[in-house]
Design a protein around this ligand. Structure first.
Ligand SMILES: [Zn+2]
Length: 265
């Protein structure tokens, strides 16, 4: 399967890219049977109680479930894995792509930096809220799930191409954080360490574009929003709303721990 690595932005030694080379492939719940015909269960993973491990299976038990899984395999973890894991990679100053291949900032760090920058400033607050609203509007139920996104990239399916996702990310970053005004504005990421590498003083445009990519990749990697919409079913997973929840909770005064625990439900 083809690798995808495309540059979104380069500033002050940092490079932001959209990539499909993540190493945490999520389960793919995008199997639909909206007319409730009799179909074989698609489950490929099962929890083994005695050893407390997940083992690979092939269920195929017949079911009429609209989500193509039998009554024993209704959990997300029973589904087959996506073909790819998409991520918004940051290549740190002085590092190579190889060294940062899976270095994508976790949602809570991106949110910490953006919410910290807003502080109590009403203009910034309004501006970032509009930025987030527009990301949701452009991506929710529009970006396909991780496997379909890969198929579109390889010319085997129709819908939003990863190049289009890159274009949207660039446009939203430039619209809300234009280079002539925000180029050179740095956020303090000296205490942010991920996979043994420190973020450092990072341009706000790197964080803004990482926010767009993080929200879109979450919708795609977990994603059943678009598939459910197309099949007249209600999504069962949080999709883009998990990272959105983190942002909103922090904006309403929750600490990072309070917000993360709340999101876990
Ligand atoms: Zn089953």
């Amino acid at each position: 399967m083809k690798d995808y690595d495309k540059e979104v932005l380069r500033e002050d030694g940092y490079t932001v890219e959209l990539s499909n080379e993540g190493d945490l492939k999520k389960h793919n719940p995008n199997f639909y049977n909206p007319n409730k015909e009799t179909v074989p269960c698609v489950a490929e993973w099962e929890h083994e109680k005695t050893s407390n491990t997940w083992k690979q299976i092939s269920c195929k038990r017949m079911t009429k479930s609209p989500f193509c899984v039998c009554s024993n395999h209704k959990s997300l973890k029973n589904y087959p894995l996506h073909e790819k894991d998409w991520l918004g990679r940051v290549i740190l100053p002085g590092k190579t792509r190889e060294e940062c291949r899976t270095w994508a900032l976790p949602h809570h760090y991106i949110t910490r930096l953006l919410v910290g920058w807003i502080g109590k400033d009403a203009n910034r607050s309004e501006m970032v809220d509009l930025f987030i609203d527009e990301i949701i509007g452009k991506l929710h139920t529009k970006i396909p799930d991780a496997t379909t996104l890969q198929k579109i990239f390889e010319g085997k399916s129709q819908g939003m191409h990863p190049d289009e996702f890159v274009k949207i990310t660039k446009e939203l970053t430039d619209a809300y954080f234009p280079e002539d005004k925000f180029g050179g504005v740095l956020l303090d990421g000296k205490r942010i360490k991920f996979k043994k590498m420190i973020l450092g003083n990072v341009p706000i445009r790197v964080i803004a574009s990482s926010m767009v990519l993080a929200l879109g990749c979450e919708e795609s990697n977990r994603g059943d929003a678009r598939g459910c919409l197309l099949n007249g079913l209600e999504p069962r997973y949080a999709n883009i709303f998990m990272p959105l929840g983190l942002y909103l909770l922090r904006r309403k005064g929750a600490s990072e721990s309070e917000a993360r625990i709340s999101i876990r439900g």
